[in-house]
Design a protein around this ligand. Structure first.
Ligand SMILES: [Zn+2]
Length: 197
C-alpha cells in the first residue's frame, strides 16, 4: 500500500476491479496490477549426471540449486535460461526440451511462474562457479544433495520421472522469434550425438 501513480504522481486509491482490491489512480486509467514474475530453470546434463550449483547468496545459502533465474522483460525465457547458465555455471548450455511449467505462490512478494528446461553442456565446454555460486558439481541423478528450493526439487523429480518413463521433453519454442532447433533427446545410457554446426 501507499503507492503513487506512475503517470501523474498522485497517491493511488484502492478500488475493486474484477473482484480484486487493486490500487488505481483516481485521475487516470493507471492500475497497479499484481502480476507474477517469470523465472527459468534448467536441468543441465553433463558427464552422465546433473549440474547443480551451491549457492553463495541468500535465499538458500550453502544449499544446491539448478541454474536459473528471473526472465528480463526483453528476453525470451529460453534465452534467459541460457544466459543464467552462462552466469551461474559459466557454461554454454544447449536446451534440449521443455520439462514443464510450475507456479510458486507467494503472499508478500510477486508469485512466480517457473519454466523448467532440459539442457546439456555444449560439446567441449566446461563448468565452473559463477559469482552466485560457491561451487558447481555434477551429481548422479539418484544421489542428489539437499536442494534449496521446493520448486527445483519438484523439477528434478519431474525430470527423473520423465527419464524413467521414457517420456520425451517437449520441444523448446523461442530463443528468438523462430523455432529453436531441438536436439535429439538422450535417454539414460545413450551416447551423446555429435553436433555439427
Ligand atoms: Zn495518475
Amino acid at each position: 500500500m501507499g503507492h503513487f501513480c506512475v503517470n501523474c504522481g498522485v497517491p493511488l486509491v484502492v478500488k475493486n476491479i474484477e473482484g480484486r482490491a487493486l490500487e488505481v489512480c483516481p485521475n487516470d486509467s493507471y492500475v497497479l496490477w499484481r502480476d507474477p514474475k517469470v523465472s527459468a530453470a534448467v536441468v543441465v546434463e553433463h558427464e552422465g549426471g546433473i549440474v547443480l550449483g551451491k549457492r553463495s547468496i541468500e535465499p538458500g545459502y550453502g544449499l544446491w540449486c539448478l541454474p536459473g533465474g528471473f526472465v528480463n522483460d526483453d528476453e525470451d525465457p529460453a534465452g534467459a535460461a541460457v544466459r543464467e547458465c552462462m552466469e551461474e555455471i559459466n557454461a554454454t548450455v544447449e536446451l534440449t526440451g521443455l520439462l514443464g511449467v510450475y507456479h510458486v505462490p507467494k503472499t508478500t512478494a510477486s508469485s512466480i511462474i517457473g519454466i523448467a528446461y532440459r539442457g546439456r553442456v555444449a560439446d567441449g565446454a566446461s563448468i565452473s562457479a559463477g559469482p552466485e555460486m560457491l561451487e558447481v558439481r555434477v551429481f548422479p541423478r539418484d544421489a542428489l544433495p539437499e536442494i534449496a528450493f521446493p520448486s527445483h526439487r519438484a523439477v528434478l523429480e519431474a525430470y527423473v520421472t520423465s527419464l524413467e518413463r521414457g517420456v520425451e521433453a517437449a520441444p523448446v519454442i523461442g530463443a528468438g522469434s523462430a523455432l529453436t532447433q531441438v536436439l535429439p533427446l538422450q535417454g539414460p545410457g545413450q551416447r551423446k550425438p555429435r553436433r555439427t554446426r
